[in-house]
Design a binder for this molecule. Structure first.
Ligand code: SF4
Length: 430
């Protein structure tokens, strides 16, 4: 995408310079909801450095004044309307279900057959071979991923240490790698960039995970399934949670977390747990959910589910992650926190995490293509200490201070931690 006026007004600028000016004009025009022409007409110079400086100041006013270390990321504008996401397709109805040959006769297969009788079932040699033989999904392929399911027989990749981010204060979390991909569609989801599978993966051999866990486990470990998927989105079909809860009754020195944006908790309510299970929800103001967390449960449904789980004796976790900065954010996040504590007592909370919106630069163009009307990219997101795009340091500090203040109004003893933040942030919040 090129604004023709850039070419005619700055014919001597090289390709990269034109690309940067194009990108800045596009972002300013989108953010300020004005035509690009108006921005052109307001430019006071024809010198590249001066034009860029003027545009950067307008695009990133906070960072220009307060965060000299932050760097802009201005990739080529590459928008294709064919890549845009269809939010009307909320019903999850996979058309093709592939089963790895070595998966045998696991009963979970039957559950998928019962729930999706219209789907076509086919056996494949292995998912690895399938990926090798088919082309990478790309953005359009990601949009179609919900059409395809892979039922697999996991052999190697059972657990991982949460990779966190370079230079951050880690929280020691572990990932129980039971499946990959999500039926929800959050504008900010990092899986959009991370994914290389043209569908959703559900391992059929959960028993093998349990065998391997006995070797992997360390006392005091926190582990969960919500990193590469939503822990409960299809729990009524996979029936993972009853098996996990039962298994962890025998491993009380570890804590297992189900992390979700759903209200799919019936299996949790039925199960007899051993006190070491945390049911947790990611929370955001309803306005952010409406615009960014498609097909997920509403805020009130998430909190009602949390309340029911707390009544069944589960410890409850909350993830304010990603916190999104927008006009009126204080009031909206304040309402979320007040609502949370109207349902859940401080003593029922296992942990609360906080992390502001951040992402790898490669995700920017994917979000722009899939969600051209998004507002989350309009804020000041610049390359930070770990080369991810983030809000400027001072703004993040302000957000965390505000949230901590709101939490403290309800209890001073809440276990709160920061997710993927630099070490100095923790010190500055003391
Ligand atoms: S619920 Fe989580 S995994 Fe699913 S799309 Fe949203 S961010 Fe991604």
């Amino acid at each position: 995408m090129q604004f023709r006026k850039v070419d005619s007004r700055f014919p001597d600028f090289g390709v990269n310079k034109k690309q940067e000016i194009n990108r800045l004009i596009y972002e300013i025009s989108k953010k300020e909801k004005i035509l690009p022409e108006k921005i052109f007409n307001s430019l006071g110079s024809d010198n590249f450095e001066a034009v860029k400086k003027e545009l950067l100041k307008r695009r990133f006013p906070y960072a220009s004044l307060n965060d000299k270390a932050a760097r802009p990321y201005l990739p080529k504008l590459d928008l294709d309307p064919k890549n845009s996401f269809n939010k009307n397709k909320s019903k999850f109805t996979p058309r093709k279900i592939f089963i790895e040959k070595s998966a045998g006769t696991a009963h979970l297969k039957n559950n998928f057959k019962a729930f999706f009788p219209e789907a076509e079932f086919a056996e494949i040699e292995s998912l690895k071979k399938f990926i090798r033989d088919n082309k990478k999904p790309g953005i359009a392929g990601y949009n179609k991923r919900r059409d395809t399911i892979f039922l697999t027989n996991e052999k190697y990749d059972f657990f991982k240490k949460c990779p966190c981010t370079k230079g951050a204060a880690g929280c020691g979390y572990h990932i129980f790698n039971l499946g990959f991909g999500c039926i929800f569609d959050c504008t900010y989801c990092y899986l959009q960039e991370y994914n290389n599978v043209p569908g959703l993966i559900f391992p059929l051999n959960i028993g093998r995970f349990f065998d391997e866990f006995k070797r992997y486990k360390k006392p005091g470990m926190r582990i969960g399934t919500g990193e590469f998927s939503d822990s409960l989105m299809l729990d009524h079909i996979t029936e993972y949670s009853p098996a996990i809860i039962e298994f962890f009754r025998g491993h009380k020195d570890a804590t297992f977390e189900f992390k979700t944006k759903s209200s799919n908790i019936d299996n949790l309510l039925r199960a007899k747990h051993g006190g070491n299970i945390v049911a947790s929800w990611s929370l955001n103001p309803q306005e952010i959910i409406n615009k960014n967390e498609f097909f997920t449960a509403d805020l009130s449904e998430r909190l009602a589910s949390a309340e029911k789980c707390a009544k069944r004796g589960y410890k409850i976790g909350f993830h304010f992650d990603p916190v999104i900065y927008f006009k009126g954010w204080e009031r909206e996040y304040n309402m979320v926190i007040d609502l949370l504590f109207s349902k859940i007592k401080p003593g029922e909370i296992a942990w609360i995490s906080m992390g502001t919106f951040r992402f790898k630069p490669e995700l920017k163009s994917i979000i722009e293509n899939r969600f051209p009307e998004n507002e989350i990219l309009d804020q000041e997101l610049l390359l930070g200490y770990d080369n991810k795009l983030r809000y400027p340091y001072g703004l993040r500090l302000e957000i965390y201070k505000f949230l901590l203040g709101e939490f403290k109004k309800h209890s001073k003893k809440l276990p709160i931690y920061l997710c993927m933040e630099e070490i100095s942030m923790r010190q500055d919040l003391r």
